[in-house]
Design a protein around this ligand. Structure first.
Ligand code: NAD
Length: 496
């Protein structure tokens, strides 16, 4: 059986002291094994990145960017193959995989601006004959640790930008769907990247812990669930590293009584059930202001959900695929069971749907649950499945208070026709990414992506301008060349 190995110093390696099964979630079959790196293997990758750093750091940014231009071209040429790999191991439908890859490529396009992004700042004559400028210097070896749900896009949030900024990189992808991530990294190598600048180690906690504690790693970008994000942030910080750790989510949409309900239902159907709800920006809670809005939403959503098609990634007419593993399917079903036990109303029940020809797949159908309240397990925790909860609120302030009280603050959205209400919402909501009639307000590559509260540990968001700041150290230089023959006196007061 195929083993998905590592990319170290420009060479594919299958060093596999231990392996783990990789499944096709649509069939439930094991299709591959993924190598789980030992500490030694990870150290080998760090050493390769460390050795490649001095020459790469001194490579002109425009030359680094040229490699990214070629990489973008290769990603586009190989897009269908990449999407098929994503579908086979993640389960998402080909059109959804193409959406993820397209957003990832936009991050490569942003990285192509390297010479512009790294220009720094310059001030002439900050004092008599004194000039001052700030440079953005690379950090050294940077590590990235990524989740299963965007095996192409989330790694592309990290390493193109880190690398054009002059760093070298070690990526630890999700062990659950590793093939597309490794293949994409090989394309960067093919684009002309020197050996050792980009390395991939597949693995589990052993690989992660090695990256978090090795003194040669200067910074860590993490994306995944909140408990692991918190652990990664604490461990990396305790080991003196810069860290940004993006965690889980519970994204609420407020449905105002004046909302265009047909458009809101269409928007929420895609945002709640697309990719089986396995998106950190998925809308998983609809908070309806007033019973009239709630009843109308339930009626129209129930109707829309009759057309939902769950199935295998290879049939582009499907709306969404299976969830990632059997264990995750059971977990999602467990949340639906708990909602029922705690008094919520299951309006559309997606437990154990029948998918002809894929009886052993890890499928959960679209599920709609009404009369959910804070304090219920299904409300308090992230489900990460195709489940939309409906909560009823009497006022907009009550709806906003629920969002502000929730531990997560990744994304949110308001559906309304009232500009004043929308402005009040964006001003006062404690969430990092906010949509107004936009259900998935994922920032474009030249802005930055990051939640608030326990959805992000660290001060800087991912990619965009924050990404450049994260992957560089600012150095400010103040320079004077004394004029010949002019003697400077001793000065004891603070220079001003
Ligand atoms: P996860 O936390 O299980 O895994 C993420 C990474 O951490 C993987 O590479 C995994 O190997 C590693 N890991 C897992 N357990 C570990 C441990 N005990 N010690 C050290 N490393 C460990 O997350 P997942 O299930 O792959 O992804 C889904 C989660 O990611 C959801 O919570 C989702 O909301 C979140 N997510 C967040 C964002 C965001 O931008 N905020 C984006 C995508 C996904």
């Amino acid at each position: 059986m195929n083993i998905v190995g590592h990319l170290i110093n420009g060479t594919l390696s299958e060093a596999a002291e231990r392996t783990q099964d990789v499944f096709n979630p649509a069939t439930g079959e094991v299709t591959k094994q993924v190598a789980l790196a030992s500490k030694d293997t990870v150290e080998e990758a760090i050493a390769a990145a460390q050795a490649a750093y001095p020459a790469w750091r001194n490579t002109p940014p425009a030359k680094r960017a040229k490699i990214m231009f070629r990489f973008k071209q290769l990603l586009e040429e190989n897009a269908e193959q990449i999407c098929a790999m994503i579908g086979e191991e993640h389960g998402k439908i080909s059109h959804d995989a193409m959406g993820e890859l397209t957003r990832g490529i936009e991050n490569v396009e942003y990285a192509c601006y390297a010479p512009e992004l790294l220009k720094g700042e310059h001030s002439r004559n900050v004092g008599p004959n004194i000039d001052s400028w700030s440079e953005m210097q690379p950090l050294g070896v940077v590590a990235g640790i990524t989740p299963f749900n965007f095996p192409a896009m989330v790694p592309l949030w990290m390493y193109p930008l880190a690398i054009v900024c002059g760093n070298t990189f070690v990526l630890k992808p999700s062990e659950r769907d590793p093939s597309s991530t490794l293949f994409v990294a090989q394309l960067l190598q093919e684009a002309g990247l020197p050996d050792g600048v980009m390395n991939v180690v597949n693995g589990d906690k052993i690989a992660v812990d090695t990256l978090l504690t090795d003194s040669r790693v200067q910074a860590v970008s993490f994306v995944g669930s909140t408990p692991i994000a918190e652990y990664v942030y604490a461990t990396a910080s305790a080991n003196g590293k810069r860290c940004q750790a993006l965690g889980g989510a519970k994204n609420h949409a407020i449905i105002m009584p004046d909302a265009d309900m047909d458009n809101a239902v269409a928007a929420m159907t895609g945002a709640a059930f697309g990719s089986s709800g396995e998106r950190c920006m998925a809308l998983s809670v609809a908070v309806c202001v007033g019973d009239e809005a709630a009843d109308s939403l339930i009626e129209k959503m129930t109707e829309a959900m009759k057309d939902l098609k769950v199935g295998a990634y290879s049939d582009a007419s499907n709306d969404f695929g299976p969830v990632i593993t059997e264990a995750h399917k059971n977990k999602v079903n467990g949340y639906i069971n708990s909602a029922e036990e705690q008094g919520a109303t299951i309006v559309v029940d997606g437990r154990n749907p029948q998918v002809a020809g894929f009886e052993n797949g890890f499928f959960v159908g679209g599920t709609l649950i009404d009369n959910v309240k804070p304090g219920m397990k299904c409300y308090d925790e992230e489900i990460f499945g195709p489940v939309l909860l409906v909560v009823r609120a009497e006022t907009m302030d009550e709806a906003m208070q629920m969002i502000n009280d929730h531990e997560y603050g990744n994304g949110t959205c308001i559906f309304t026709r009232d500009g004043e209400a929308a402005r009040y919402f964006t001003d006062n909501i404690l969430v990092g990414m906010v949509g107004i009639n936009v259900p998935l307000p994922v920032p474009v590559s030249y802005h930055s992506f990051g939640g608030w509260k326990r959805s992000l540990f660290g001060n800087l968001s991912a990619y965009g301008p924050d990404g450049v700041r994260f992957y560089t150290n600012r150095k400010t230089i103040t320079q004077r060349w004394p004029s010949s023959g002019v003697r400077e006196g001793v000065q004891f007061s603070f220079p001003s």
